[in-house]
Write a protein that binds this ligand. Sequence first.
Ligand SMILES: O=C(O)CCC(=O)C(=O)O
Length: 274
Amino acid sequence: MMLSLKQVEDYDQQGFLIIKDFISGSQRQALMQHAAQLIDAFEPQAKRSIFTTDEQERSSDDYFLKSASNISFFFEAKAIDNEGNFTVPKHQSINKIGHAQHLLDPVYKNIVKELDFANIGRALGIVQPRAVQSMHIFKQPSIGGEVGLHQDSTFLYTQPKSCIGFWLALEDATVENGCLQALPQGHKIPLKQRFKLSKNGGTEFECLDNTPWPKAPLALLEVPAGTLIILHGQLPHYSAANTSSKSRQAFTLHLVDDTCDYPEDNWLQPLKTL
Ligand SMILES: O=C(O)CCC(=O)C(=O)O
């Protein structure tokens, strides 16, 4: 699709843009059904081993870092109890699937191509769009976790900064089930931190600006299924825990500009060949 001048202006002014009916019902169903099939085929350990804190951190860091270039499954924190047992059935335990299905999985790959995010990225200033990360987020009923206030350029840093996030509602997103919340015009504040590889092989946050978040209220971005929300990489956004009985599935894709420098110590090192 082509963005209008007004849409580009709104994005530049507010730091986000909402486009209703961006994706068809059949495309949404295809993505959700496919995710369900991937979860069918995924075999979590029946009982997760108990590690010491250090080992646990190392192994989850390792799984997380490898997910940059494969299709990994992450659990909702509340889906596993202190003894490592699942508290819910497998299909309700997954927080998200990520981070390279847009490159590796034919169903995601086709839909990403059909929706032509790269063209929208170009309209918003990216010279050479490169999709570096995708996520299928579930926000499970009753246990879907909170996502703390953050800026996406923290995780996908380039010099100069270029990240744009595309957040696609696969189901209705409401206050009850943890819709996105964002700070209007918040993309004008500096980037607060960078999440990067640390010297010991793990990950760490580097502080870039330690002023507190602005006190202004967040806008509640309640949207019907099929809506696309485009987020500027510096726009602070958040989502609350889902305590309702409905899931709130979303698909996200992040673009950066390949003409910018992508540091070797970014946590996410995308597949080199693509
Ligand atoms: O879907 C959510 O709840 C949050 C997603 C998000 O913040 C992100 O993709 O950066």
